[in-house]
Design a protein around this ligand. Structure first.
Ligand code: ZN
Length: 423
């Protein structure tokens, strides 16, 4: 993976994103520099199942001035300083009154927490515990120059047409402000998957969603209810740039093809990893896996959200996300998609006993070469299980041979007219 995804993270990092507003629009525009992204706007007030598209939030400035008139908290230093979705406010108040609107993290006294109040009109500031502890008695001036008005919910959609109408859904949330692993790493990975896939011949069509968390997936599902049956596999991309090992959260179905594929990739990576069952908590997989949809959508991340101390704090910064981890996650995603693309069923054209491989040059003339022996073993598995009921992944799983070796064996047998691909 080249340096561009890291660059995309750096360019987008300072923007004050939220579930609506110009920070989100600008972030989508940056993604648009890399891939063909349709930007969609859904008006505030639009009913989406049990929810309503909220008012649009924008912010120009936010600060607190201390008793001596000095700015002590300033959104210009970090956009995490403002409670995301704060309503406008300009007033003077005492330290005690102010403290009701301040949020800090006592367990990590240097870090600024990330807090939101999307669906409950409120205002507030986030600051480090150390800074909070230094505040003196006196009068404070607070200013939040924000607006919360009828506007739009904005999201981005990239569609890559494949040979079939069957779709693979890749979804990532785009609503967090200056936080790198959650969620810029997901944005960068999804954008560069799209960029990579554009250059390939695809069996599936791919739909990549760049949506605000929760309300974005609910809105997309509400507006595309008639099309969701096309989604055959899906992944929610989150937290893919930290040093932790890979974690896969299975689909609600629990044994979908995507579950089998991701588990295969992780097992054959030889690296430490976790596979966990679906729980109705987390990111947008909750909506895709709600009972009426129950889509085969899992989530592949590194450290799971909420399970690393930097989560939703100023310490989830650009140093926390490292290119080698982002690159490793990217290659795992690509491997998963390549398996999905080629996980087909084949038919043994010579099913009465084994075909004679030796006369076709497919069986070693001399014994003892381990490489050729494993290639032969893979061919025998493919021939035996290509009865129309097993996919290549089923064969890889039953045999313990990697998907790549099973696929190579199948290609070889097709070339020798011993196998044919089933539609
Ligand atoms: Zn988050």
């Amino acid at each position: 993976m080249n340096v561009l995804p890291t660059k995309l993270c750096c360019t987008s990092y300072p923007l004050c994103r939220s579930i609506t507003g110009d920070g989100l629009r600008e972030s989508l525009r940056i993604i648009q520099e890399h891939i063909p992204l349709e930007i969609r706007e859904v008006p505030s007030g639009t009913p989406v199942f049990d929810w309503t598209v909220p008012k649009e939030w924008n912010i120009k400035d936010a600060y607190i001035k201390g008793p001596d008139g000095e700015k002590i908290v300033d959104i210009a230093c970090s956009n995490l300083h403002v409670l995301n979705y704060s309503v406008p406010v300009k007033c003077r108040l005492s330290l005690n009154e102010l403290k009701e609107h301040l949020y800090s993290l006592p367990q990590h006294p240097d870090w600024i927490p990330y807090r939101t109040s999307y669906y409950n009109e409120n205002w507030g500031f986030c600051l480090s515990q150390n800074q909070l502890a230094e505040l003196q008695e006196g009068d404070y001036e607070v200013c939040i120059d924000s607006s919360l008005r009828e506007g739009y919910l904005t999201y981005g959609e990239c569609f890559l047409e494949g040979e079939t109408e069957d779709e693979v859904l890749i979804s990532t949330h785009v609503c967090h402000p200056s936080l790198a692993n959650d969620n810029l790493s997901g944005i960068a990975l999804a954008a560069f998957l799209a960029k990579h896939l554009r250059g390939e011949m695809l069996r599936y069509s791919y739909r990549l969603l760049f949506i605000p968390g929760t309300i974005g997936s609910i809105t997309w599902l509400a507006k595309n209810e008639d099309r969701v049956a096309r989604i055959k596999h899906g992944l929610v991309v989150v937290c893919v740039g930290d040093a932790g090992s890979m974690t896969y959260k299975k689909t609600r179905q629990g044994n979908a093809e995507i579950d089998q594929v991701v588990e295969h990739v992780l097992r054959h990576s030889g690296e430490e990893h976790r596979v966990v069952n679906f729980v109705p908590y987390g990111y947008d997989e909750r909506q895709f896996c709600s009972p009426a949809f129950n889509l085969p959508v899992g989530s592949l991340s590194r450290s799971p959200h909420g399970r690393f101390p930097q989560y939703h704090t100023s310490a989830d910064n650009l140093e926390f996300v490292q290119p080698e981890h982002l690159g490793d996650s990217f290659s795992k995603y690509l491997e998963v998609l390549h398996i999905l693309e080629s996980n087909k069923k084949y038919l043994n054209l010579n099913p009465k006993c084994e075909p004679q491989l030796g006369k076709r040059g497919l069986y070693r003339a001399l014994g003892g070469n381990l490489d050729s022996k494993s290639a032969e073993l893979a061919m025998l598995w493919v021939l035996n299980l290509s009865d129309g009921n097993h996919t290549l992944l089923n064969i890889a799983e039953k045999s313990g041979v990697s998907f790549q070796n099973i696929r190579d064996a199948a290609d070889n047998l097709v070339r020798h007219q011993l196998l044919s691909e089933l539609p």
